[in-house]
Design a protein around this ligand. Structure first.
Ligand SMILES: *Cc1c(COP(=O)(O)O)cnc(C)c1O
Length: 374
């Protein structure tokens, strides 16, 4: 049985009329950039996230560096994040002109380890970027305590965690801003590139609205800026999809529970950890082989059986060829957990439109390999 990794077309077909209707509306409005559909989606997204402001931007990477720039963070400044996130988190810091300081992750959640943050703080540190990796919120309460003590900004990289929450906290509640990506493979995906910043801070909202549009609010150019806008066709797709995000997340959680129940007895790998009380939205369902030397064998076996398993991310940022050693990036402390995560992770197919047969097939194949390799 072929089990794909993404269900983009299945999802489109499931709400085709709603999406097509919104696209038609944009086409007939004649306004394709900074038009009424963008305004409508920004209102809906702010209401949905419970934030005062939502600003559509070109992509998730831009969403991060636009917040850094809006906060005046740039050359000479340091920003702390963790080494096992997607490359773009560190890139965004580099684009803003600041130095990315990479620390280790928590061995269970794979999110930034709050206990490692203070050792990385210097007089040049300006912000922390926790990533809600794989769809589970970082430990925002602990991060907020450290940020307040050292007067640092906190920017949530929520490219993977939309619709998630912590036990006592919501996304955006314990930070200055939240950066989201809408590229198709994310949980709320448009038909191209897209992103958004949500914030409760009027100053960040005003600055990003100018920065994304050539420094211009209405006709005046108040400063030099950039071109990073969410176009109206993408906003229309997102507006249609936003109504379904909670139901889609619930399906991801259901498939994750089915995976975890079916794979429970396995001896050769560990299952994803869910922090008690958190809503983990399973952007990715990631298992970790206990023996790193066996990871490629499991991956190859699954691919050969038609299971489109992948790795996220098999090379930690500081081990990438493109990592700018000594210049605009540095590591602090041992990155053992991040490196182990890179060496052992395997992502199983995960999207709302999976079928029971597909999930059970994946479970059967993974368990077959487990028995043969235990
Ligand atoms: C996808 C992703 C980004 C970047 O989003 P783009 O829209 O592709 O620019 C940033 N951080 C994380 C953790 C991501 O997964």
């Amino acid at each position: 049985m072929q089990t794909p990794f993404y269900g983009n077309v299945r999802q489109y077909l499931s709400i085709k009329d709603e999406i097509d209707g919104n696209i038609q509306k944009v086409l007939m409005s004649g306004s394709f950039v900074m038009g009424p559909m963008l305004t409508q989606f920004e209102k809906e997204f702010a209401a949905y996230t419970g934030s005062t402001y939502a600003i559509g931007v070109g992509n998730g990477t831009d969403a991060i560096w636009l917040v850094l720039m809006a906060l005046g963070i740039g050359p000479g400044d340091e920003v702390i994040t963790h080494a096992n996130t997607f490359f773009a988190t560190a890139e965004a810091i580099w684009i803003a002109g600041a130095k990315a300081v990479l620390i280790d992750c928590d061995p269970r959640t794979k999110c930034i380890d709050p206990k490692k943050i203070e050792a990385a703080i210097t007089p040049r540190t300006k912000a922390i970027i926790p990533v809600h990796l794989y769809g589970q919120c970082a430990d925002m309460r602990a991060i907020k305590v450290i940020a307040d003590k050292h007067k640092l900004a906190v920017i949530e990289d929520n490219a993977q965690g939309i619709d998630g929450r912590g036990d006592t906290f919501k996304q955006g509640e314990l930070s200055d801003a939240v950066a989201t990506s809408f590229i198709i493979q994310k949980n709320l995906g448009c038909f191209g590139d897209g992103g958004a910043v949500t914030t409760n801070r009027a100053d960040i909202n005003e600055k990003i609205r100018k920065l994304r549009n050539h420094g211009s609010a209405k006709r005046e150019h108040h400063s030099f800026g950039f071109n990073s806008r969410l176009d109206d066709i993408q906003a229309g797709v997102l507006s249609a999809k936003l109504k379904h995000i909670t139901a889609w997340t619930d399906l991801r959680i259901k498939w994750a529970a089915r995976y975890s129940a079916g794979l429970k007895g396995a001896k050769t790998f560990d299952l994803p950890y869910v922090t008690p009380g958190y809503r983990h939205v399973f952007h990715l369902y990631v298992i970790e082989t206990k023996n790193p030397a066996k990871r490629e064998s499991l991956l190859k076996f699954l691919n050969a059986q038609g299971v489109d398993a992948k790795t996220h991310y098999s090379i930690a940022i500081h081990q990438q060829e493109g990592y700018p050693w000594g210049k605009q990036a540095q590591i602090v402390g041992s990155l053992t957990n991040a490196e182990r995560n890179a060496a052992t992770c395997i992502s199983l197919p995960m999207f709302p439109e999976l079928t029971t047969e597909e999930v059970d097939y994946v479970i059967a194949k993974v368990m077959e390999w487990d028995k043969a390799n235990a």
